[in-house]
Design a protein. Structure first.
Length: 449
């Protein structure tokens, strides 16, 4: 490997030994950049990479809130404004018990390249809290969100930093966060958050966008191999908002999703999640807060596999859509043994680096990386920002058309970037390179700081 790249990775490993997810994503992105770094000696001269791995700003804040029983609780809030070279910081908030700086930094770092790939003017950021939403009442969630925003509102804004949802933060949380922002600022800056309800500035198709975009990306891959999405079977993990969007669009295009998973295990529905009743039930399951996918098999009478993941099921396409490090080496081997041709990542960093490398090296397998495949979510957030600043509302058709175009462009740009760098048809390296090139160029033009 290029000596400069290797030295920056070493530096990150030493400095962030206690943040393994962040080290993992830096290694993954940088493993694709060798040809670019060799071609641009000025990057090393300006020490671009050591600057890139350091967030421009990252802070924590105290979030104290009252539970329904009158007891007080204190959580940690985070915001990492990782890179603002190409636009206002943009990225989701994750509320989950396991949130710590390593998770926020890995997500923020991924977000830089993902946002760059969309071609839209958005920098990379992420935030969240170790608040555990499981089992909390609406009133508790509201008080938590209000307290969270009381600490955060000074540091965000439509031209500064625009948070959105991620795991544990959906329409309900965004509503409470926006309400508190508006109350504190006393002004209607609805471009300050995305994923809002449609009644107060949210965009059509934003709830569906990540899943829809992933399927549009998949269609591009299938087309490259002369195949049609119609009739394909798909195994996915997760059963949240992203999974719902995939299921909906896959069904619309004649494919069928046959698995869903949760912390309790996975369901296998060989008929496919293809009726309105089944698709809508996914929303009900998520809203119930029970966080159990077994409810689906109880209702529709299909198989449930307790404590397992759906990676042993024989299908045409696998789409991990739940969380980071969902697929390890052992499962990657199983996927390869089953001769699954299409491995399409959807969740942020769902594959460990060794498993990802193993899958890429399989001769008859095509691997697509999450930072490209799931970029339709944040891209549609940028379309929401555009509508808010124009004081306009676009129709679902308009938004969907733009989303579709953006996904096609992301795919094409990735293919071309890999080819240009002599890497052949390599969607993973292509996405890393294309995402990096735009940010690197912007950073170089703006001077060293
Ligand atoms: O991981 C992601 O891209 C998101 N959670 C969405 C971010 C956004 O700003 O819509």
């Amino acid at each position: 490997m290029n000596a400069y790249l290797a030295s920056v990775i070493e530096n990150v490993k030493t400095k962030h030994a206690n943040e393994p997810e962040f080290v993992q994503t830096v290694e993954e992105v940088f493993s694709s950049l060798e040809p670019v770094i060799e071609r641009h000696p000025e990057y090393e001269k300006a020490d671009l990479l050591n600057r890139l791995v350091e967030p421009e700003r990252m802070f924590t804040f105290r979030v104290t809130w009252m539970a329904d029983d009158g007891t007080w609780h204190t959580n940690i809030g985070y915001r990492c404004q990782f890179n603002g070279a190409i636009g206002p910081y943009k990225g989701g908030l994750r509320f989950q018990k396991n949130v710590y700086p390593g998770i926020i930094k890995f997500l923020g770092f991924e977000q830089i390249f993902k946002n760059s790939l969309t071609g839209l003017p958005i920098g990379g950021a992420k935030g969240g809290s170790d608040f555990d939403p499981a089992g909390k009442s609406d009133a508790e969630v509201m008080r938590f969100c209000q307290s969270f925003m009381q600490a955060l509102y000074r540091y965000i804004g439509p031209d500064i930093d625009v948070p959105a949802g991620d795991m544990g933060v959906g329409g309900r949380e965004i509503g409470y966060l926006f309400g508190e922002y508006r109350r504190l600022k006393g002004c209607w800056e609805n471009g300050v958050l995305t994923g809002k309800g449609f009644s107060y500035g949210g965009s059509r198709i934003r709830p569906e966008a990540t899943g829809f975009g992933a399927v549009y990306y998949l269609e591009n891959v299938l087309k490259h191999f002369g195949e049609d999405i119609k009739g394909k079977t798909i195994a996915i993990s997760g059963f949240g908002n992203v999974a719902w969007g995939i299921v909906k669009k896959a069904h619309e295009l004649g494919a069928k999703v046959v698995t869903l998973s949760g912390p309790d295990g996975y369901i296998y529905d060989p008929d496919g999640i293809v009726t309105d009743e089944k698709i809508n039930y996914m929303l009900e399951m998520r809203a119930s807060g029970r966080n159990r996918v077994q409810d689906y098999s109880d209702k529709f009478g299909c198989e449930f596999h307790a404590g397992e993941k759906p990676w042993g099921v024989k299908v045409d396409v696998i789409m991990p859509a739940a969380m980071q490090n969902d697929v390890h080496m052992e499962q990657a081997k199983q996927i390869a043994a089953n001769h699954i041709k299409y491995y399409i990542e959807v969740a942020n960093m769902p594959t460990t680096n060794d498993a990802l490398k193993f899958l890429i090296d399989q001769k008859d397998m095509v691997v697509a990386p999450s930072k490209a495949v799931n970029a339709g979510g944040v891209a549609t957030s940028a379309l929401e920002m555009a509508q808010n600043s124009e004081r306009l509302v676009w129709t679902a058709e308009e938004v969907d058309k733009q989303l579709h175009q953006i996904m096609n462009t992301i795919y094409t740009m990735s293919v071309e970037a890999a080819e240009r760098n002599g890497l052949g048809y390599n969607l993973v390296a292509g996405a890393n390179i294309a995402g990096f090139e735009r940010v690197a160029d912007a950073m170089m033009q703006q001077g060293i700081f």
